[in-house]
Design a protein around this ligand. Structure first.
Ligand SMILES: Nc1ncnc2c1ncn2[C@@H]1O[C@H](COP(=O)(O)OP(=O)(O)O)[C@@H](O)[C@H]1O
Ligand SMILES: [Mg+2]
Length: 151
């Protein structure tokens, strides 16, 4: 598989612990389960495991619904010298893109008939850092990071 280049974002797939292709509805549940196991294995708290799993499944659902297919990348990051641990999630697709990103991220905006438009705004509240880049006709990249709390 080739590395992904989306304008200013380079994704080197070799850096990631988990690379998942999302193209069937079932892949949403698979990605959720993979994210959950990975966060558990890396000793995140039960509450944070659920937040990470929820963020990943919402991102996968958006890929499946709006872009039809794309990728989820997950990796563990460790900072030196304090050894702070975090999990980084990237959702990448080359789908239709989002016309009004600000509105989509603010919440309550949806182009889906049976949805609340609270996916992206929800993720932003669950996660420590959040970045989105989307261009109409090109695709969408969302980057989300959750730090491990010391407990
Ligand atoms: N990967 C994506 N590609 C294209 N459009 C997207 C993508 N993700 C989100 N969107 C757009 O942003 C809107 C808000 O997304 P979200 O907050 O997840 O709420 P919902 O999925 O419930 O509508 C969606 O309705 C859709 O129009
Ligand atoms: Mg959504």
């Amino acid at each position: 598989m080739d590395d992904k280049n989306f304008n200013d974002i380079d994704i080197n797939i070799n850096d990631y612990d988990i690379v998942l292709k999302i193209k069937d509805e079932n892949d949403i549940a698979v990605s959720r389960q993979m994210a959950k196991s990975f966060a558990q294995k890396n000793n995140f708290s039960l509450a944070d495991v659920t937040k990470i799993a929820t963020a990943v499944s919402e991102l996968s659902r958006n890929i499946y619904r709006y872009a039809k297919e794309g990728y989820i990348y997950i990796k563990k990051k460790e900072t030196e010298p304090d050894k702070d641990v975090s999990i980084e999630i990237i959702a990448y697709d080359r789908g239709p893109g989002i016309e009004n990103v600000e509105q989509a991220v603010a919440g309550g905006y949806t182009t889906s008939e049976r949805s609340l438009g609270l996916g992206l705004s929800g993720i932003r509240r669950l996660i420590d850092s959040f970045y989105i880049k989307s261009e109409v006709g090109k695709g969408t990249v969302v980057m989300a990071e959750k730090r491990r709390r010391r407990f």
